[in-house]
Design a protein around this ligand. Structure first.
Ligand code: IMP
Ligand code: MG
Length: 189
């Protein structure tokens, strides 16, 4: 299902703290330092994948010490809740022309790797000078295609994540911390 149910929250699941605001801030600062160092003097375009990476992008750009341009792409993969089907389409395309530019894709979390594979192939059609990936989180254990982030915040276990832009059925994006969900065991009767 493409349109998510805006009221369904994670009933039957408990949210456990994974990364605090301070931990996230330190990760983001570290990534911004690396990017500023590597791309100094280049024409860098950040392509943020909506919606999950919006908060990550907005914090990251404030710490960059180099000029950048920012654009957004929205990708829909059919599926809702905790499952994606792997069939991906663009529902909002970028607007900056990428030829000869250095492109850095900003992603919240890498799972199967299919979203990034699709987007990298698609952006490459515009002949950018380079395309790299900056991801906040990576569930390496779930990879289905070859995909590595060039800049990675931190690896996470195969758990369902919410908060700091990342949603479950459009909820929890506003949480300033990152949580993982675990099922609550209901005692019988
Ligand atoms: P992939 O194409 O399988 O790599 O999936 C990447 C996309 O799935 C990310 O952009 C997220 O939007 C979403 N995703 C993957 N894992 C989680 C999660 O634990 N919580 C919420 N969304 C997730
Ligand atoms: Mg997403």
């Amino acid at each position: 299902m493409r349109f998510s149910n805006g009221v369904k929250r994670m009933e039957g699941y408990r949210l456990n703290p994974l990364l605090s605001q301070e931990q996230i801030a330190s990760i983001v600062q570290h990534l911004a330092d690396q990017i500023s160092k590597d791309y100094g003097g280049r024409e860098l375009v950040l392509v943020c994948i909506l919606k999950g990476a919006f908060m990550f992008l907005s914090d990251l750009v404030r710490h960059l010490r180099i000029p950048v341009q920012v654009d957004f792409v929205r990708l829909a993969s059919y599926g809702s809740g905790m499952k994606t089907s792997g069939k991906i389409e663009i529902t909002k395309d970028i607007e900056i022309f990428l030829e000869k530019k250095d492109v850095l894709i900003i992603e919240d979390i890498i799972d199967s790797g299919r979203t990034l594979q699709f987007l990298k192939d698609r952006l490459a059609l515009q002949n950018p000078r380079s395309i790299k990936v900056c991801a906040l989180l990576d569930k390496k254990a779930r990879r289905e295609v070859e995909m590595e982030a060039d800049y990675l915040g931190t690896e996470v276990d195969d758990v369902f994540i919410v908060g700091y832009g990342i949603d479950f059925n459009e909820n929890y994006r506003n949480l300033p911390e990152i949580y993982y969900a675990t099922p609550i065991d209901h005692p019988k009767g």
